[in-house]
Write a protein that binds this ligand. Structure first.
Ligand code: BES
Ligand code: ZN
Ligand code: ZN
Length: 500
């Protein structure tokens, strides 16, 4: 779905569907619903309609009427004006989009000004643009009947010619973010029989070559991963029909000084997680195509930050394999040697993400970045601790604080969990340096992070994002598909990468 931004009243008047906002009255307001519409005649017509008495503009409500010129008007209730925040606006536009998508309108125009409760017309317009482009996403390649809307684009009408330049510039940046979020969602939605490690690496490489000019691509296959002595990574791939892939992308900004920050992103790219010999039960295994969600998240953020000309140097490392079972698959009780020389007792082959990530984190550490941020659908325990709406963040004080701060201003929920010395101790083995699972069921998200910490070189700031809850199935967010990839945390990571 394209969104165009128009600054001319004539185009607004040509729309067959006009979308406008209304707010709930406060104690001081006399009217039933409060409007600040660009088209005063429309507002007048609305006032004449008796039924409006029932429509108060409350949050989540809507009202449709036919204007004297026969255009349809959809009035979207946003609640009390002073209480509207950016996320509320994003949700309201997403809900409105869903309401009109199935209807037969030729030209849809939104009166952006009427929705500008946050009093920043450029920001409000961008949030609306974002909401439309995210909500319009659908993964229908395997459907015989494709999703179609009768309108090809939605126009955002901005009654402020002075804001034109700033808004047009911001629109490009916004589109770079939404297209990257949607790209990440499509990777998550792709099936494991189509998107195995070899194919996944190819798709990322193809996208980089097509869209990210100047980004260097290095792809390590099985032989190179062996050469890197990534014993943990290889142990996960041992039972697979597909070779592993480590995708290593490098973006260097146009201007590099000694103050240029280098941030490394690392992502868990398990194209399917059966659990290996510690096989998952059927109900827990379904949905494990999403186990590459962390790598899709960091790639999406990398892509958006590169397109938006980040001033940081950015490395992106994606560890790709599936976790399958055949006669070569790793059996529990095996001991393997990690890239950094530490030995690891594998007690549960379903705790595989940390094995792939650990070796990738050691590889990233050797590049000596200022900060490493990794994302992974690492633990089911993350869903127990924080549910499906909050991303867990663990790691060094500085890096976690940075992620939490940016998440807050990016309208995404993130919460820190601790790593305590006792849990570091819990991850040591009686027979090797480390064990790949904790000793009990509790604090699984944190013990996993305590394991990962062993592969970060001292002195490098590090944040681990457990996206097990948020990377998919965000049915509570109207701008995300109710099932499938969500793109959540791409916006936060993009914003972090842009400002360093
Ligand atoms: N990919 C899973 C984690 C997961 C579970 C993500 C549910 C999304 C939804 C991970 O590889 C895994 O299986 N972790 C185990 C660890 C355990 C064996 C210590 C888990 O969470 O049960
Ligand atoms: Zn697993
Ligand atoms: Zn997994």
């Amino acid at each position: 779905m394209n969104t165009t931004i128009d600054f001319n009243l004539e185009s607004f008047n040509k729309a067959s569907l006009k979308v406008v906002a209304a707010y709930e009255k406060t104690k001081d307001d006399k009217k039933t619903a409060v409007l600040s519409w660009t088209d005063k005649d429309l507002a007048k017509a609305f006032g004449f309609i008796k039924d409006t008495a029932d429509f108060t503009g409350s949050k989540g409500s809507s009202f449709t009427f036919t204007a004297p010129d026969c255009t349809t008007v959809l009035v979207v209730g946003l609640g009390e004006k002073t209480k509207v925040k950016s996320e509320g606006l994003r949700k309201a536009i997403a809900t409105a989009y869903k309401a009109i998508a199935a209807k037969k309108f030729k030209a849809v125009t939104i009166d952006a000004h009427s929705f500008n409760a946050i009093n920043k017309i450029a920001d409000a317009t961008m949030i609306m643009k974002e909401a439309i482009e995210l909500t319009a996403y659908s993964f229908d390649k395997y459907k015989s009947k494709k999703t179609k809307t009768s309108f090809k684009e939605i126009t955002l009408f901005v009654n402020d010619k002075k804001a034109k330049r700033a808004i047009e510039k911001a629109a490009i940046a916004t589109e770079n973010i939404t297209s990257s979020m949607n790209f990440a969602k499509a990777l998550v939605d792709e099936t494991p029989n189509a998107l195995h490690s070899v194919e996944y690496a190819k798709r990322v490489e193809k996208d980089v070559k097509a869209n990210l000019k100047g980004v260097k691509v290095k792809i390590l296959g099985k032989a190179e991963i062996k050469k890197e002595k990534m014993g943990m990574f290889l142990s996960v791939n041992a039972g697979s029909a597909h070779d592993p892939r480590l995708v290593h992308l490098t973006y260097t900004p146009k201007k590099v000084t000694k103050n240029t920050k280098h941030i490394a992103l690392v992502g868990k790219g398990l194209t399917f997680d059966t659990g290996g010999y510690s096989l998952k039960p059927g109900a827990a295994m379904a949905g494990m195509k999403n186990d590459m969600g962390g790598s899709a998240t960091v790639y999406g953020a990398f892509r958006a930050a590169v397109l938006n000309n980040s001033t940081c140097k950015i490395t992106c490392i994606l560890g790709m394999t599936d976790n399958a079972v055949n006669e070569h698959a790793t059996v529990p009780d095996s001991i393997v040697t990690a890239r950094n020389g530490k030995t690891v007792e594998i007690l549960n082959t379903d705790a595989e993400g940390r094995l792939v990530l650990g070796d990738c984190l050691s590889y990233a550490s050797d590049l000596e970045p200022d900060m490493i941020i990794n994302a992974a659908t690492l633990t089911g325990a993350c869903l127990v601790a924080l549910g499906t709406q909050v991303c867990a963040v663990l790691g060094s004080d500085k890096a976690t604080k940075r992620v939490l701060d940016v998440a807050k201003t990016s309208d995404e929920y993130a919460w820190r969990l601790p790593i305590i010395p006792e849990w570091r101790e819990e991850m040591t083995s009686h027979i090797a340096d480390l064990r790949n699972i904790g000793k009990g069921r509790f604090a699984g998200t944190a013990t996993a992070a305590a394991f990962l910490e062993n592969f970060i070189t001292d002195g490098i700031e590090w944040a681990h994002l457990d996206v097990a809850g948020v990377a998919s199935d965000q049915s509570h967010l109207p701008y995300c598909p109710s099932k499938g990839g969500s793109g959540i945390m791409v916006r936060t990571l993009h914003n972090l990468l842009i400002n360093g």
